[in-house]
Design a protein around this ligand. Structure first.
Ligand code: SAM
Ligand code: SF4
Ligand code: SF4
Length: 348
């Protein structure tokens, strides 16, 4: 069975392992399913219209419930937390949640993925609460291309202001750019040129078949190789070592020393063998894979009053049973037509 695992993290003593020997290290928490954008590859506006049934507030996990779960996960070896959504900055008082998560022993890294629009108002408070890093999504530097993608006609300026505010607040910033053929592949070079030398890592993400509504087709995927070749031709690159075990992005440095880029190649070079992530949806379902069809209802158990000990036992048992390796299977062409959760619901 362990032949499948490329390398097992030798680190933590607390580490619990799944069926394939992968340790649990990262918890991704979606705090809301709503979003102020309608990105065509994530929440296409034709489907996520005005009458879309988003979760009512009573169904969202409270900050107390999230913190309780995070504490339990930390006791099982989780060290990193990423807050996501929907658009996580639409959740009221998010800084208070971050402050609570920051107090948990064992959690040494809290990050956030956002579309950046609300950062000018919120970056400082988030940083003060203990946030270390933000990944800001920006799929184009050209206004017309960006307007068409985000489905709300928003130009790039408010996102660029969000990036500036995050940097000013002392947060480390990375940019996420999903690349889809015909949507924004003409932005690969302009984005690289724009962010080169700005102390910001731009990460290109291969368009993924998440959810059931984004019209994914392998023909629309621009591969890591195509991205790197294109940039390398104009701005020569060399590969760099991974920063830590299980890093999802392959790193490349500009040879002239002017920074680096990353590529997340979940489609053409999948990395399930080192996947140490569990995901918590805004309504309290746990998913051991981004491409899972169903989640484990931990909210029900929390609200039914399970003890700390039972909680830890149930979380550990969920991880022990984990056999997910969807992207590797995709590569092997054996998982076609499976119904999956939406990206806007689980948060990437
Ligand atoms: N709203 C926030 C944002 O856009 O950063 C957080 C949630 S969003 C679902 C998290 C990340 O998933 C974003 O960087 C987004 O670009 C990425 N994403 C969404 N759908 C995707 C897809 N089909 N393929 C690849 N990445 C996707
Ligand atoms: Fe919203 Fe982020 Fe999805 Fe875009 S990618 S629709 S900003 S959740
Ligand atoms: Fe992890 Fe699932 Fe993605 Fe593989 S497909 S890397 S198991 S989330």
């Amino acid at each position: 069975m362990n032949e499948y695992v490329k390398e097992v993290n030798p680190m933590s003593e607390k580490a619990i392992k799944d069926h394939f020997g992968r340790t649990l290290k990262d918890l991704r928490i979606s705090v809301i399913d709503k979003c102020n954008f309608r990105c065509s590859y994530c929440m296409p506006k034709e489907i996520f219209g005005d009458d879309y049934p988003f979760l009512p507030e009573s169904e969202l996990l409270s900050f107390e419930e999230i913190t309780r779960l995070a504490k339990s996960f930390a006791e099982l070896g989780v060290e990193k937390i990423r807050i996501t959504g929907g658009e996580p900055l639409l959740r009221k008082n998010l800084d208070q949640l971050i402050m609570e998560l920051n107090k948990i022993p064992g959690i040494h890294d809290i990050a956030l993925t956002t579309n950046g629009i609300f950062l000018p108002r919120k970056a400082k408070k988030l940083k003060e609460a203990g946030l270390k890093r933000v990944n800001i999504s920006l799929d184009a530097i050209d206004d017309e291309v960006f307007k068409a993608i985000n489905g709300k006609g928003v130009v790039t300026l408010p996102v660029l202001k969000g990036i500036e505010a995050a940097q000013k607040a002392g947060l480390k910033v990375k940019i996420n750019m999903v690349v889809k053929k015909g949507m924004n592949d003409n932005q690969i070079l302009p984005m690289a040129r724009y962010f080169k030398g700005k102390d910001i890592i731009l990460r290109y993400i291969e368009f993924m078949d998440v959810g059931n509504h984004n019209g994914w087709d392998m023909d629309n995927v621009i591969s890591k190789k195509q991205i790197i070749d294109q940039i390398n031709e104009e701005m020569p690159l060399e590969p760099a070592d991974e920063n830590y075990y299980g890093e999802v992005a392959s790193r490349y440095r500009y040879i002239d020393g002017d920074g680096e880029i990353g590529v997340i190649s979940s489609v053409t070079e999948s990395f399930c063998g080192t996947c140490t992530r569990i995901r918590l949806s805004a309504d309290g379902k746990l998913y051991t894979c981004l491409f899972a069809s169903s989640g484990y209802d931990i909210r029900r158990e929390l609200r039914e009053g399970l003890t700390e000990e039972q909680l830890k036992e149930n979380l550990a048992s969920l991880w022990h049973q984990r056999k997910d390796r969807y992207s590797d299977e995709r590569t092997e062409q054996i998982s076609k037509n499976k119904k999956k959760i939406e990206m806007s619901y689980i948060g990437g």
